[in-house]
Design a protein around this ligand. Structure first.
Ligand code: GPP
Ligand code: MG
Length: 291
């Protein structure tokens, strides 16, 4: 007996999950002074934390207004150092190369890459507001012919296969499933291309997610992966690590300073300090070659 396929009423397929829509809502509403006040300094708007030794003498500034300003500048200096560190691992890039910024926020990372290498950059974010803001910044800098931002899903960008010399996630992998993410990076990168991630991950040697890691997840509506998951998912998606760096110790001074910045704190600072100190959480850089 042959049967004919049953016809079902076709339901529209949403292009993003309800979870992703909630994440977009968060970033469309986000206006934390710690992001906007730091970004205003030089129009480099970062959505990640800082690395390196902090100049804590800014806390001793006697003038209250100057003290705030010096703390803001010092935090921005540390965040900028983190962006430069990531960019320094992208490999030899030339102005004809194209790079992909997965989870670009307000756009700072792509601008840093463009200023450093003259390369073209495509950034994606789930947030319309962030994409619009970042494109406006690129126009203001006169680099909008080379640096562009899109409201798109980093797991399914629609960009051309093999078109990218380098790509990265700067603190955005905790919003996605790593297998799906690395499959998309592997598709977009040309053979020999470079992938870089800087991320917070939970430490497998601690066990599972600590209370502090869970608080960070709740704060940002994200799902921090264990360290092991990165290497497993990379190995399955043609991404071979070439450099792995535990940045945890170098990430702490930023948080120890940020938690004293009354004009900038968001309430999550102690969770980061405690998570790093109790060994449950690590700040990691992985650079990998697309083979
Ligand atoms: C946001 O940076 C970063 C994340 C939401 C990812 C979570 C990161 C981990 C390492 C777990 P932001 O600059 O927008 O955050 P904030 O507003 O706190 O400065
Ligand atoms: Mg920030």
């Amino acid at each position: 007996m042959t049967t004919s396929p049953m016809r079902t009423a076709s339901a529209p397929i949403p292009n993003q999950s309800t979870y992703q829509t909630r994440v977009a809502d968060y970033w469309n509403a986000e206006e934390n002074p710690v992001n906007l006040e730091l970004g205003k300094i030089d129009d480099l708007y970062h959505h990640h934390y800082g690395v390196g030794d902090a100049d804590r003498s800014v806390l001793d500034e006697p003038d209250a207004i100057k003290r705030q300003d010096r703390i803001t500048r010092e935090l921005h200096r540390l965040e900028h150092a983190q962006a430069e560190l990531l960019a320094s691992h992208l490999g030899e890039l030339s102005p004809t190369d194209r790079v992909f910024d997965a989870g670009c926020g307000r756009g700072g990372g792509s601008v840093v890459a463009n200023l450093r290498y003259g390369c073209q950059a495509d950034g994606v974010t789930l947030s319309t507001k962030q994409a619009d803001f970042a494109n406006q910044q690129a126009r203001k800098r006169g680099i909008d012919d080379k640096v562009r931002y899109y409201e798109r899903n980093m797991l399914d960008t629609g960009f051309a296969s093999g078109a990218y010399a380098a790509s990265w996630n700067n603190e955005s992998t905790m919003y996605v499933e790593l297998e799906l993410l690395f499959a998309e990076h592997a598709r977009l990168l040309r053979r020999g291309g470079r992938y870089v991630v800087i991320t917070g991950c939970y430490n497998d040697t601690y066990g599972q997610a600590s209370r502090e890691v869970s608080l960070i997840n709740a704060h940002y509506i994200c799902d921090i992966h264990p360290r092991s998951a990165y290497f497993r998912a990379m190995a399955r998606n043609r991404l071979v690590p070439v450099h792995v760096e535990d940045l945890t110790a170098t990430a702490l001074p930023y948080w120890e300073l940020r938690r004293e910045a009354d004009h900038l704190v968001t309430g999550i600072e102690d969770s980061f300090v405690n998570a790093y100190r109790n060994g449950s959480f690590q700040y990691l850089l992985i650079a990998a070659d697309r083979v």
